[in-house]
Design a protein around this ligand. Structure first.
Ligand SMILES: [Zn+2]
Ligand SMILES: [Zn+2]
Length: 182
């Protein structure tokens, strides 16, 4: 994969426009590449599993990879639907080379019976977006619990790590040369 020139946000189904605004503002502070937005993709009912009341993350990610036309664009799909993948009850997101997907469903404080908290919600969205984009450029999980690339088994892990890369992951990104330094 060549050096990435931009991150393209792709709403999948109905997504709160505020979420897109937040990501446009927050992502460049961490990843130093411009953020653009594409028209939404439909939430394809073919990926819905009624008995789980969830969408298969891999299906949504595959839909996303069909609209990307060049190797210089990182795409980030955003859905409000609850998503899962084989072997896991749910995922906050998944990624493949060049493409990432996050779900806001389990990032909302209301999902855990808490009061709405836009600041916390925004922080979690940024954290999961950076994590999956990190995978999309080739980063593996990191064992340091304060690093964004730490695996989140629950929302507690997400809240602990936050959106910043540790120095080792940051250095790995520099070695890979996949992000233009801003
Ligand atoms: Zn991960
Ligand atoms: Zn790290």
């Amino acid at each position: 994969m060549a050096e990435c020139q931009e991150t393209m946000l792709v709403p999948i189904g109905k997504v709160d426009p505020m979420v897109i605004t937040w990501l446009k503002e927050d992502l460049p502070k961490i990843l130093s590449i411009p953020v653009t937005k594409s028209p939404p993709l439909p939430l394809n009912p073919r990926h819905f599993f009624k008995e789980r009341n969830q969408y298969l993350a891999d299906g949504l990610l595959a839909d996303l990879t069909t609209i990307i036309h060049d190797g210089n664009t990182l795409s980030l799909g955003i859905t409000g639907a609850d998503i899962y993948t084989a072997g896991l009850n749910f995922v906050f997101g998944i990624a493949t080379t060049g493409s990432a997907l996050i779900s806001t469903f389990r990032l909302r404080p209301e999902t855990y019976g808490m009061s709405p908290n836009p600041g916390l919600y925004r922080w979690r969205i940024l954290t999961e977006a950076v994590h999956e984009l990190g995978h999309a450029i080739g980063l593996p999980h990191c064992e340091y619990p304060g690093c964004v690339m730490f695996f989140s088994n629950s929302i507690t892990d997400t809240d602990r790590k936050g959106p910043e890369f540790c120095f080792r992951c940051r250095r790995r990104i520099e070695w890979m040369g996949k992000l233009r330094e801003g």
